[in-house]
Design a protein around this ligand. Structure first.
Ligand SMILES: C[S@@+](CC[C@H](N)C(=O)[O-])C[C@H]1O[C@@H](n2cnc3c(N)ncnc32)[C@H](O)[C@@H]1O
Length: 333
């Protein structure tokens, strides 16, 4: 399958993966017609308040998928490489994996890095609601349009690792998702999961309730709850991982500074990366949630976003985000 083709694999649950893999080579008129319908339903993006959102499963996901968002996701990937000391994951997978799945792959940057740099002999598959992955990718990397919350149609027990990064606020039922992940891993396979808290922290009280930045996160969390989504699950996923049946469950929290305030050079670099993302991040996190679910006008949201942006550039505010890293293994029979 060429990586330019984006087919919604669960539009027709009767069909298995291999059918869709050969989709474009099918020549019948009916097939072409339905391919076009699927393609247009995937690319028929929704535009709201200056941002572009996914079309497949319209309205399901709250963050945009436009160029600014893609740039943000790629910068976060580089920040994570620093956070993980150049590694792509925490799970100690041995032997070398042959099949890896990256759910909610975004621009596919992790999947491409994994397939190109780390596991050139493995097949790496990335799935997402948005077809925003590049066309030219290593031959062992593939992308598919799929809703991770629909029933999975992969061959059971076929992945050595399933990677999940930053789906906070996107997933309604983490218990169900992790059960599906468990079913689809080979015995001995690993889940590798990283999520962040939707609030900031400081150790010296410089991040506090009086700030626009603080108010922004508070309102976004309120709006998320009003929309039926919970953003702040990052620290509490261990129970869901254990309930799914995993063993060797590890949890580690690491901090990423917001801004260039830290003295340490590596921390400062990570903070500088976050500042680069701040230009579009607050709008991305807040615009759809606050206007659609919290009754705020666009001008009000813009004001809030601007005051959050001003605060992250204030070096007297020593804020950081908390990133919860989990890795856990499916038992061998
Ligand atoms: C914050 S981005 C993270 C992207 C990527 N994991 C990374 O770390 O670079 C979340 C991604 O998950 C996708 N997403 C949200 N809900 C999803 C779902 N139910 N099924 C599949 N992908 C989903 C979004 O379209 C978006 O690209």
């Amino acid at each position: 399958m060429s990586s330019q083709q984006f087919i919604a694999i669960d539009e027709n649950p009767e069909q298995d993966q291999s059918y869709y893999s050969g989709y474009d080579s099918e020549s019948s008129e009916a097939t072409e017609k339905s391919t076009n319908t699927l393609k247009s339903s995937i690319f028929d993006y929704r535009f709201e308040n200056g941002r572009r959102y996914h079309a497949y499963r319209d309205g399901k996901y709250m963050f945009p998928n436009d160029d600014a968002e893609q740039e943000r996701l790629d910068i976060i990937h580089h920040t994570y490489l620093l956070l993980l000391n150049g590694e792509l994951h925490m799970a100690p997978i041995v032997p070398e994996p042959t099949r890896i799945l990256d759910i909610g792959t975004g621009t596919g940057i992790w999947a491409i890095d994994a397939g190109d740099r780390r596991y050139p002999d493995a097949e790496v598959i990335g799935t997402d609601l948005s077809p925003i992955q590049p066309a030219w990718v290593p031959p062992n990397v593939h992308f598919q349009i799929d809703d991770a919350e629909s029933e999975w149609t992969w061959a059971k027990e076929s992945f050595d690792m399933i990677h999940i990064r930053h789906l906070s606020g996107a997933i309604k039922d983490w218990d169900a998702l992790l059960k599906e992940v468990y079913k689809n891993l080979k015995p001995g396979g690993w889940v590798d999961l990283s999520e962040y808290d939707m609030h900031l922290f400081s150790d010296d009280g410089t991040y506090h309730e009086g700030l626009g930045l603080y108010k922004f996160y508070d309102l976004v969390n309120q709006a998320a709850a009003e929309s039926g989504r919970v953003f702040n699950i990052a620290g509490s996923l261990k129970a869901s991982i254990e309930a799914a049946g995993f063993i060797n469950v590890h949890q580690e929290m690491r901090k990423i500074p917001v801004g260039t305030w830290p003295a340490d050079q590596k921390q400062k670099t990570m903070g500088a990366y976050i500042l680069l993302t701040a230009e579009s991040a607050f709008d991305a996190f807040g615009m759809r949630l606050l206007t659609n679910f919290h009754g705020m006008e666009v001008t009000e949201v813009n004001k809030l976003v601007n005051s959050a942006k001003k605060d992250v550039h204030d070096r007297r505010i020593h804020s950081y985000s908390k990133h919860h890293l989990y890795w856990a293994q499916k038992p061998l029979p």
